[in-house]
Ligand binder design. Structure first.
Ligand SMILES: [Zn+2]
Length: 290
């Protein structure tokens, strides 16, 4: 979550600049105006994310069942998602990575979990959106907000959003541009995708991966997980327009919010696996099909 000023040198490398430029160009070239969009190429999003995500493994990514969701970001980038596990599984879980574009490790963990789900999906059908905010993630430098400058995690239609979200932004954040909730709830295509998936996929659990506060948060009707790997539960409260407030409190869908300890470094593979195993264990003990 640190801003550009916190790590100005990290992103001033030509490779990343070229990668970000190629990412935008590839999307523009993939769907020229008036022409049918080309069918997705295996591994297509992986080449966009390759130089941006820490701990990224191209071969592992290319083996994942990613497909276009049909929705696109503000700048026209495809929002990729992928399903793993039996369609008839008793539980459905939606996993979101990098709703904040500068939390790069969040996408790395989502992709690694997707690979682990392929090996052992357990009792769940998993739907992954590993890069929910590609415009922010591929920006130079990476940016928390989407291309409209909206904090997507303040853009969900929580009760009294029109009063509370702008007031919170003005009074509590002092108009922090990194936390602008947007002109109205669900004003952004990226937040609309999440809401649409909550309707179409009807998850029993949402896991949203962030960084860098190194804690675990939970909203919703179930008993909260006490820890995932080395992350321990430390509820941070609810914010107008946040996914935790919208999904967990308002809609009654448990939302696990993971704050990885570092936005730029991926956890070690053993830690990522431990979080995955702890999540599965908690699901088995506390989550019931609604
Ligand atoms: Zn975040």
């Amino acid at each position: 979550m640190p801003g550009a000023a916190d790590h100005p040198k990290a992103w001033r490398v030509g490779q990343a600049l070229v990668c970000a430029w190629l990412g935008l160009s590839a999307q523009v070239g993939a769907a020229p105006a008036g022409a049918a969009a080309a069918p997705p190429q295996p591994g297509a999003p992986c080449s966009l994310w390759n130089h941006r995500l820490p701990g990224f493994q191209s071969q592992d990514c290319a083996a994942l069942p990613l497909k276009p969701s049909g929705a696109r970001s503000v700048q026209g980038r495809e929002l990729w998602m992928g399903d793993v596990g039996p369609a008839t599984a008793p539980l459905k879980v939606l996993v979101l990575g990098a709703i904040h574009g500068d939390e790069l490790s969040a996408s790395s963990v989502a992709l690694q979990w997707m690979g682990l789900a392929q090996q052992a999906p357990g009792t769940a059908r998993w739907r992954f959106v590993p890069v929910l905010n590609p415009d922010g993630l591929l920006a130079q430098p990476p940016r928390r907000t989407n291309a409209h400058g909206v904090d997507l995690n303040r853009n969900f239609p929580t009760p009294r959003w029109e009063q509370e979200a702008p007031r919170y932004w003005v009074q509590r954040t002092r108009k922090d541009p990194r936390r602008w909730p947007g002109p109205k709830p669900l004003s952004e295509p990226e937040s609309r995708l999440v809401q649409a998936q909550m309707e179409a996929f009807a998850p029993d659990l949402i896991v949203s991966i962030h960084a860098p506060y190194g804690v675990l948060d939970f909203d919703g009707p179930s008993e909260a997980p006490k820890h995932l790997g080395r992350l321990t539960l430390d509820p941070v409260g609810v914010f107008p327009g946040s996914l935790g407030y919208y999904g967990g409190v308002h809609k009654g869908v448990p939302v696990v919010t993971i704050e990885l300890p570092n936005a730029l470094r991926a956890p070690l593979p053993a830690e990522t696996r431990q979080m995955w195993q702890d999540l599965q264990r908690w699901m088995g003990e506390h989550l019931q099909r609604r």
